[in-house]
Every structure is written in C-alpha cells, then in structure tokens.
Design a protein around this ligand. Structure first.
Ligand code: C2O
Length: 577
C-alpha cells in the first residue's frame, strides 16, 4: 500500500495550498490556520496529494508534528490499514478505579491466525430478532448461551471472560500499531461499526456451537422503536445470568431509555420520552448522517493518533445507552458505561446487535429516499483494516472490514421492527433569539465551563440543489480535548443563543457530543495524554429548516452538560464523503 505521501515532505506548501484554496476558515476570532481539506474536491486533492479524509486540522497537526519531531522514518508514516498483531498486545490503558480484571489480551497461540472465510452459503440464515417480542423461550436460549460461556474456563478463548475481554483489548489501546507509541482504539473512528459486527459474528457462532443449534441468532435490544425502549425484562431478573448487578438500578424496566442520557434525569412522561428518543434517532440516522464519514466516523489509518472523530450513532444513542445502563454512581459507570468493562454485561451484545441493525437501516433509508451518501467507504485503508478473533473452534482468525460488509454472506439478517424515527424530524422553536448582533469574540481554544456562542462564517451561501446534493455543509468542532478521565457531554445549538428556550431535542439542537472515559497513552513514554478528537454536525437540511440558508454566518452555541472539555475551534467545510 503506497500510502506514505499524503502531503508529506512539502508540508508547508501543502498547508499554504490547501488553506489558500479552501477558504474554509471563518474569521470572527483568531484561529491558527492549518490545512483543512474537506472543502476541496477529490480531483484537487489528488493533485495536491492530500488525503480527502483528513478532516481535523488538529489531528493533521499532531501527525505532522510527530513526523517532524521524530525525524521521520517509517515509524511516522501515515496511511495504510489498521492491522492488529497478537504479539503487540500489552497492558490496557484503564481509567483510575477500574475494576478487575485489568489485562485484556486474548490467550496466546503459536499458530498463525487463519484468514477469514465466509460460511457456507447453504448454512441457514440466522434471523436476529428483537428481545422485546421474541418470547421467553428464545430469551431462555440466550440465557443458556451466557451460562455456557461463563462455565468455560477463563483460559478458553470462547469463554465469556475472554469474549468480554476482546472488546476491552480493542478499546484500551492494548494492541500497538506498527509505530509502537500508538495504540489501537476502534472507537471514535471509521472502525466502529465494522469491529463490533465482527465481534458479534464470532460471539453468535460460538453461542450456536455451544448450544448445538446452528440456527441460533443473537437477540437485539431495539431501543429505537417505542416497544423496545425498555430494558428487556429478562435482563432485570436478579436470578438470571442475564442480570448484571453493576448497573443503574433506577433504569430497570419499566423505565424508558433516554437516548440523550447523561446529566440530570428528565422529567418526561412516557409519551414525551418516546418522542424525544425518536427525534434523537432522526437526527443521528438522517439529518446528521448524510455521508459515510458522518455516519461511520472519521478515517483512522496506520500511523495516526486514535480517535479522529466518532460517527453520529456512536456518540448517541450508542454512548448514551451505555451510560444509561451502567451504574452512574461508580466513578467509571461500570459495567456498561465504560469501554473496558462494557462487554462484561450480557446486555452489551443485544445492545450492539441493534447498533449493527442500524448500519443496515441507514443504508436502507438511503435507498428508500434516494440519499446518495448513505453508502459505505470504498477506501482500501478501511477495507483492509483487520481484527483478530477466536472462532467457535478456538482458532485465531483475521477478519477484515471488507469481510463484514454483507450480512447475507455472513449468513444472518435482522427481523424488521420498522424505522418509526424516519419521519420524526423535530420542529423549530418559535421566537428564539437566533443571533445577538455583535457577539463578544471568542478566543479558541476555549474551556467549556459555561455556554459559549460564536459566529461562524459560511464560505458559501444559497447553494443550488445540485451543489447541496454533491456536498454537505458541515460544522466541524475541532480539537475537542479532555483529560480522558471524565465522562463528557456537550450540546451544539445552531442559531439559538437562547438555547434554554429550545425544547428537549428541538431542531436548533444540531448535535450532541458524548464520550465515556477514554484515557489515552503515549506507549513509548508510558505517559497519559489528553484525549483529543473532533465532532461534526451536518448543516444542509438544518439551515433550510431554520430558514437560514441565505445567512453569511451561523451562530453556534456550545453548552456543557457534563465534564470538563476544551474546544479547539469551529469551522464550516464542504464534504463529499
Ligand atoms: Cu465498543 Cu458499545 O462499545
């Protein structure tokens, strides 16, 4: 893979070229200019040698700085797939007060991993069904699966202990990249959906084998449809192996899930909560997810720092359902509310099964409505990235992203439960103060101790339908930085300085950033480093709904909800994928 020359040696020239051409940086306050490639056409990028996916200037700067300060060399080349190797698996980077076990690497084997092969096409198609509707008998099977896995010795890679640890290993930088100072973290990147699909695939096959039922399919927790918005009752029965005592007791059924959780409990009626949840779903699946990188997450290539930026669904409802389920009184909200421990709760797998279903739902919505951008990446760095899992025969398998794109080839499908959120676009708020004339200028980076409003210039206004189809206008919140030892949530409002007037989930609430604790480490020095990522909010449809498509700027209001976070800057770019 000759991916080593992305705006590489002549960096200064690239910086100049890109910034000069893109004009994607707004002005209202001083911000350091840096290469921001989103607004460039692919053709132009090809000429410049720049990567069309490097969307966070902050990340790009990091990578360049590393390259320069380390004096170059193969260690510092960015590009190519993320590939994990068992030999590089080491200590997990855990938050303080983590609960044991502390080591997450899978059992060693001297055998080389075998490459994944598809199951026989004549195998029965497993039909994954919704936990709330599938019946007690079926849920009893899932219960038996967990009991069988828990009965295996910890040394068995198919044991519940090890299956849970796989997730921990891939989310705590236990695996190192070829550049050993960098760990592998599959969250907050374009590997999010694909890693978890592979994890569930092997989980399901181990389950079927242990049960002796080749057609066994994993149930899903369909928290996005009203009938599924409670924790399935089987998980709340304290005498069941599906019960996890390390959860939030007040969220047991009949409590409805809050897909926007983290912060004070909302005093909603059930109807209000359902409507709110459907609106969250609409924004994350439709309004904000018009392009593959907005849905899947930002490109993450070999040599690059982890956590370039999460996709919409990963931030919420994925992260929010995690934190809603975990014990919020514990420092790390175990089990579900932190990456390292989430796989220890048997509800993790039905939760991710719904996430997996939503990937297909996003594609389906694109087909049904003619949304051009609801398609997966074709970038070889994505397709060739790979993960390691032990299969049902306890053989170590290397599976690539390319292998998990077609569920029929994997011999499973999801039973339909509808997409009631497809039409749940929230209404705009009347009489909300959209702008306050002259804003106090904000000096980024800013510590988000209180709400901050800033005017962000739009490089283009009143674009034609054709232009909008070709490019999504996107607000980038860059340099989102925390110390990694905090849960963080902040909301992004557009044209609503009086954000308190916007009812929960209202249209002006353009996006929400949510992260669980996410400690990062420089593995060469062994020192913790801040967690640094970025966030994106799609503007095409939003600005039309707000009647602001002709405005030369938008007013962005960032409202902290939990945790300490710094924001590096705001800018508007035009993205093609
Ligand atoms: Cu890998 Cu739901 O987290």
């Amino acid at each position: 893979m000759a991916m080593s020359t992305r705006c590489h040696a002549p960096l200064a020239a690239c910086v100049f070229l890109v910034c000069a051409v893109s004009m994607a940086v707004y002005t209202a306050f001083p911000l350091s200019m840096s290469p921001c490639t989103n607004s460039l056409s692919r053709a132009l990028l090809a000429i410049s040698g720049l990567d069309p996916y490097i969307t966070s200037c902050a990340d790009h700067d990091d990578a360049s700085a590393a390259r320069l300060s380390d004096g170059g060399g193969s260690d510092n080349i960015i590009g190519g797939p993320i590939v994990t190797n068992l030999l590089t698996c080491g200590n997990a980077t855990l938050p303080p007060h983590a609960l044991p076990p502390f080591y997450c690497c899978p059992p060693m084997t001297t055998a080389e991993p075998i490459n994944f092969t598809f199951p026989d096409p004549s195998e029965p198609l497993r039909v994954r069904r919704p936990a709330h509707a599938v019946g007690a008998e079926y849920m009893a099977k899932y219960e038996r699966v967990i009991a069988l896995m828990k009965a295996l010795p910890h040394s068995d890679p198919r044991s519940f202990y090890q299956v849970a640890n796989i997730h921990c290993a891939y989310c705590t930088t236990s695996y190192r990249q070829a550049n050993p100072k960098l760990g592998v973290q599959i969250h907050f990147s374009w590997l999010f959906f694909t890693f978890h699909r592979a994890h569930l695939y092997f989980f399901e096959r181990i389950a079927a084998k242990l049960l002796g039922e080749p057609e066994f399919a994993l149930p899903f927790w369909s928290w996005d449809v009203p009938e599924g918005m409670r924790m399935p009752v089987e998980f709340a029965n304290s005498s069941s192996v599906l019960y996890d005592p390390i959860r939030n007791p007040s969220h047991a059924p009949p409590k409805l899930v809050d897909l926007d959780f983290l912060g004070p409990e909302k005093n909603f009626t059930d109807e209000q909560q359902i409507q709110h949840n459907l609106r969250v779903m609409y924004k994350q699946m439709i309004g904000n997810a018009a392009l593959p990188s907005l849905f899947h997450g930002q490109p993450y290539r070999a040599g690059q720092n982890d956590m370039p930026g999460a996709g919409t669904v990963e931030l919420a409802p994925h992260n929010t359902v995690h934190t809603w389920t975990g014990d919020i009184t514990l420092p790390n909200v175990e089990n579900m509310g932190d990456y390292y421990s989430a796989g220890r709760d048997p509800i993790f797998y039905p939760h991710h099964n719904n996430i997996d279903r939503l990937w297909q739902a996003w594609r389906d919505a694109g087909v049904a409505r003619g949304y051009r951008g609801h398609v997966d990446f074709t970038d070889p760095d994505w397709l060739d990235s790979s993960f390691l899992f032990y299969n049902e025969d306890a053989r170590l398998v290397r599976i690539t992203v390319r292998d998990v794109l077609d569920t029929e080839k994997l011999r499973y499908t999801h039973a339909g439960v509808g997409m009631p959120w497809l039409d749940a676009k929230p209404p705009t708020t009347p009489n909300v103060n959209t702008k306050k004339g002259s804003l106090k200028s904000v000096r980024f980076p800013v510590s988000l101790d209180a709400a901050v409003s800033a005017e962000v210039r739009r490089p283009r206004v009143l674009r034609s339908r054709h232009e909008k189809m070709a490019q999504e206008e996107v607000l980038v919140v860059e340099g989102v930085e925390t110390n990694g030892n905090e849960l963080v949530k902040f909301d992004v409002f557009v044209n609503a300085m009086e954000h308190e007037k916007v009812e929960a989930g209202g249209r002006e609430l353009a996006g929400t950033f949510v992260s669980m604790k996410q400690p990062s480490m420089d593995h060469r020095t062994g020192k913790r480093k801040p967690m640094k990522t970025s966030m994106r909010v799609a503007l095409n449809e939003l600005l039309e709904d707000l009647g602001a498509d002709g405005d030369e700027s938008v007013t962005v209001t960032l409202v902290p909800r939990r945790g300490n976070v710094r924001i590096g800057g705001l800018r508007i770019v035009y993205m093609t994928e």
